[in-house]
Design a protein around this ligand. Sequence first.
Ligand SMILES: Cc1cc2nc3c(=O)[nH]c(=O)nc-3n(C[C@H](O)[C@H](O)[C@H](O)COP(=O)(O)OP(=O)(O)OC[C@H]3O[C@@H](n4cnc5c(N)ncnc54)[C@H](O)[C@@H]3O)c2cc1C
Length: 444
Amino acid sequence: MLSFNLTAEQEALRQKAREFALNEVLPAAWRFDEKDELPLFVLRKAFDAGLMNTDIPKAYGGKGLGMLESALLTEEIAAACPGLATSIFDNSLGMEPIILSKNDAPKKKYLPEIVGSFKLICFATSEPTMGSDVSGIRCRAEKDGTGYRLNGTKYWITNGGIADYMTVFATVDPASKHAGICAFLVEKGWEGVSAGRPIPKMGQRCSNTVGLNFKDVRVPSENILAHPGEGFALAMKTFGRTRSIIGAFAVGAARSAMEYALDYAKKRRAFGMEISNFQAIQFKLAEMYQKVETARLLTWKAALEADGGQDPTISASIAKFYASEAAMEVVEEALQVFGGYGYTRFFPIEKLLRDIRLLKIYEGTSEVQRIIVSGFVLNHYRSVMPPLEDLPIIRDKDPEELAALKQSGQKVWRCQICGHVHYAAEPPEACPYCFFPGKAFKEM
Ligand SMILES: Cc1cc2nc3c(=O)[nH]c(=O)nc-3n(C[C@H](O)[C@H](O)[C@H](O)COP(=O)(O)OP(=O)(O)OC[C@H]3O[C@@H](n4cnc5c(N)ncnc54)[C@H](O)[C@@H]3O)c2cc1C
């Protein structure tokens, strides 16, 4: 049954994340944004509080919570700092290929370790020369006995500089595109693995983002997550599940921008009254709230599909690109409500604006989401309405008149070009409206 009510456990989890966001994340957010540095201690506290890795299945010692619970947690933490939220929840992205892999060995070895101790795992498909086109991976995997040797570079890797483990997508042959893609679980400590300097970013400066280099890194067969030909599907399946969480980042950030704007609008005075008295400001607040609520519904839908065992790919794409674009609009309008102060670093909006700009880019850009959704609409969506040429658009006769006409041997013809309806035993030689020949007419 469709319900928007959370269980008592889900409400409690949300409350716990909310308190953590207010007490631990918020106080660190601006200071570490300024320092352009990840406060690792906040991640450790999130782990200790049981807010990380909630999606590890019970079979491996985890809590076995679903995507909806992840969405609830993410919204709260992202409301305080989207950058820290990216780093806190990056483990879920890094672990997803292990959870989805057909190989049990890495699940048995690494998932219990991640449950039991503070370990970070990152996810690496992107490279300096490719991001959207995952089939264009260049990082090479060469067969070496039963395992592989990795050579190449990954780029933009969240938590790459601090992660203990990494899920790395590579190719046995760049020319074979999708067919060559494979995936591995790599340990940071292995010989030949190195991390680059933190990439200086516009926003999400509390999150660590680096390049990773692999020089002749030997990967044993137990650490293969996907064999050549299986890696591309594994990456897409991972994104299909995790993209709804980007929706949750957007909901959290947009919600806090709306709340800050609401507070400011009730206090700031202009023309002798609080600016919340002006309809122009009230309508902005209404639209902000509308977008937050809509984005949350889409995010929860995608999360619930994943939890229900359905393929959430399309709903997750819709949630990601709607929510991340709606959040941009909300934060932009919030900045307008703040007037000049919104543009300063003394107020929270400019950081939110910088932080959430990333949501339209990582885990598949808004353009990529549109490609996925339009591909679905064009090729798989099942219409309920009949095709246009079969629509009974007859304005000049009621059903009885039509039945009588048909009984008298008349037929009803419709021009498939311009829609003109013709009553006769045969179609006309040419359409009197668009001049197309009679063969353009179809009997209705
Ligand atoms: C801070 C940050 C953190 C990140 N974290 C990670 C991480 O942890 N792991 C990881 O693997 N990656 C990560 N990424 C990489 C991210 O996923 C990519 O940046 C993203 O997928 C886009 O790839 P790109 O930057 O190579 O852009 P490109 O793929 O080069 O695209 C450039 C532009 O062209 C558009 N475009 C490309 N192809 C098409 C097309 N067919 N039709 C229409 N438009 C198109 C894109 O939408 C975009 O606007 C991160 C990026 C950033 C900035």
